[in-house]
Ligand binder design. Structure first.
Ligand code: ARG
Length: 576
């Protein structure tokens, strides 16, 4: 059975078969042609623009092609009419009855009947993945928030999603931190803000290691001791992890981010040597200047070191071992990694190596642009890093100023809870509404925007729309509006209905392009269309039947906004 019941998929499947029937002696494969959505100003509900690119192959003018498709066609139940326009567009008009039944199906479902195309498929999403002993700053927010949305979107589509936080808990930095900790730690500061203090001693020790060879050697020795299982160093290492995880978890709970697994790089330690053996056995890893490397010249990629000349393993070795381990344990169809753009080469390298090793799991690197300040990049050393906790605090407190004024009659606790949802919503939306691959310049104004295309604007729209049905109930307490059919008595109603029906295809587009911004754009557009609708037609004053239908449509807009915001990890309080 085809589980993809989005409008666009139904239309696409149909138009492909129509082209194939119309031109069945052409020998052309029409299985890739598509239909497109029509913008606000176009004609039809959807459009097929494929006659133009097919003109050459079919030896006919695009208009003739479009006309041949449309002529004498028996229309299926979901189509009202087709029309040929311009150079050869086919405008598609959906039948009202069919649209109504589509919306009825959406309205009967708690998550707006999103197609469960992922049933039976497993994906691992590797995201957030901060490094131990370093605070999460606002650059890290992107992997956490984008990754979490990808996680939510795939779950909504029925995939079996395994969210794995691959924290950086192993590696050369631990020798440096240990020396720093043993020599410079300020116990009081460690109590106060453990991760900031760990970072301070790390930086101090790192700087010393660059000037003082003796110090550097000692750092290396501490690392070797750790790697060999020295009890004292292991205990200290565990302490660093616990302190860091405490802080990370606090942030995850504020952001409502949950993982199925938090497996650090160290989880794969005993799988590194077998991985290396497999690479050697396949003839992929070869000796070069005392190190073991994989040449990737054919792929035009830099050589990948899998074991350093000092015997240490690399980031890439761990990632290869991780793929093998995930493959054995979860047998996923896809593994998605969410990191910043600077790691693109690393991912290309180890993806290639995994393929050469014979692993055919689909590996996908979803990278995003770096977050910068108007004055340049964030740098711990320059001290211009804005910590994530501070950003969230600031967002909540700015939202509280507004909520306490707009909802002064509510208790302070309730106001605080709304402010929390609004503040966190603003921060998440500011990030998710942009194309992930463009660089983001951080400004407080943008991150905390409460109006325009922002999280709070949509939360506010939701609360307002949801309250319409309350007003209805106050006036018409004895009528069940849900028992009335949907009607499109005005054009604007139908336009809004078509937009509501696009929710499902929007979620799929966001999933397969790995772009949360696809959902954000859609929700903003929907909220605006609703606003025009609300301003143009009467609701409670409309005649019976029309009135109930409008209240129902309104409710559908509200549930799409709620479901869509939920995919972005944004709460929808009933009032703001
Ligand atoms: N810990 C790394 C960093 O902060 C990100 C890890 C991403 N995941 C992975 N499997 N390599 O840069």
């Amino acid at each position: 059975m085809d589980k993809n019941t989005t409008v666009v998929n139904i239309l696409t499947g149909w138009i492909r078969s129509v082209f194939a029937d119309t031109f069945n002696d052409s020998g052309i494969d029409f299985s890739n042609i598509n239909v497109a959505m029509v913008g606000t100003h176009g004609f039809g509900d959807y459009q097929c623009n494929e006659a133009m690119p097919l003109a050459k192959k079919l030896g006919k003018s695009p208009r003739d092609i479009a006309q041949a498709v449309v002529d004498d066609l028996e229309l299926p139940e979901f189509i009202e009419k087709l029309e040929v326009a311009g150079p050869g567009f086919i405008n598609i008009y959906i039948k009202d009855e069919w649209l109504v039944s589509y919306l009825e199906r959406m309205s009967a479902d708690s998550f707006c009947a999103v197609s469960e195309v992922g049933i039976g498929r497993t994906i691992v999403v590797d995201y957030s993945s901060p490094n131990v002993a370093k605070p999460m700053h606002i650059g890290h927010i992107r992997s956490t928030i984008i990754g979490n949305t990808i996680d939510r979107v795939y779950r909504a589509l029925g995939y079996n999603v395994i969210a794995d936080n691959h924290i950086g808990d192993w590696g050369t930095q631990f020798g440096i931190i240990m020396m720093g900790y043993r020599n410079f730690v300020d116990k009081e500061a460690l109590e106060d803000d453990p991760v900031a203090e760990l970072e301070r001693v790390y930086i101090k020790s790192y700087e010393k290691s660059r000037e003082d060879d003796n110090w550097l050697t000692q750092c290396r020795q501490e690392l070797v001791k750790l790697q060999q299982g020295d009890e004292e160093n292991i205990a200290l290492w565990k302490k660093f992890i616990d302190l860091s995880m405490g802080e990370f978890e606090h942030i995850y709970s504020r952001l409502d981010v949950k993982f199925d697994y938090v497996r650090g790089e160290s989880f794969y330690n005993d799988k590194l040597q077998p991985t290396l053996d497999a690479l050697i056995e396949k003839g992929l890893a070869v000796e070069s200047d005392g190190a073991l490397v994989v040449f990737l010249e054919e792929e035009k990629l830099p050589v990948c070191i899998v074991r350093k000349s000092d015997g240490g393993f690399n980031y890439a070795t761990t990632d290869i071992a991780t793929v093998i381990s995930r493959q054995e344990e979860f047998n996923p169809d896809t593994i998605i990694y969410v990191t910043d753009e600077r790691q693109q080469t690393h991912f290309k390298q180890f993806f290639t190596i995994c393929r050469k090793l014979g692993y055919d799991v689909d590996l996908k690197h979803v990278w995003f642009g770096l977050m910068r300040l108007p004055s340049g990049v964030f740098s711990t050393r320059e001290g211009n890093v804005i910590k994530l906790e501070r950003l969230l605090d600031e967002a909540e407190s700015r939202a509280f100023d507004i909520v306490s004024r707009s909802s002064s009659e509510l208790s302070e606790d309730v106001q605080k809870d709304i402010a929390r949802a609004v503040g966190i919503g603003a921060v998440k939306y500011a990030d998710l509404s942009q194309n992930p691959q463009s660089a983001v310049t951080f400004t407080w104004e943008k991150a905390l925007a409460l109006d325009g295309n922002s999280g709070p604007y949509l939360q506010y729209a939701y609360a307002r729309i949801a309250s319409v049905s309350d007003k209805y109930r106050e006036r018409f307490s004895d009528i069940d509006f849900n028992s009335y059919p949907l009607l499109f008595s005005e054009d604007i109603e139908r336009k809004l209905a078509i937009k509501v029906a696009r929710f499902g295809e929007t979620v799929m587009r966001a999933a397969f392009s790995y772009k949360p911004s696809v959902i954000a754009d859609y929700l903003y557009d929907l909220a605006q269309a609703y606003s025009t609708f609300y301003q143009t037609v009467p609701f409670l004053k409309a005649e019976e039947g029309v009135r109930e239908s409008r209240i129902r449509l309104c409710g559908m807009v509200a549930s799409v906004l709620r479901s869509g915001l939920q995919l972005l990890g944004i709460e929808t309080p009933d009032r703001i």
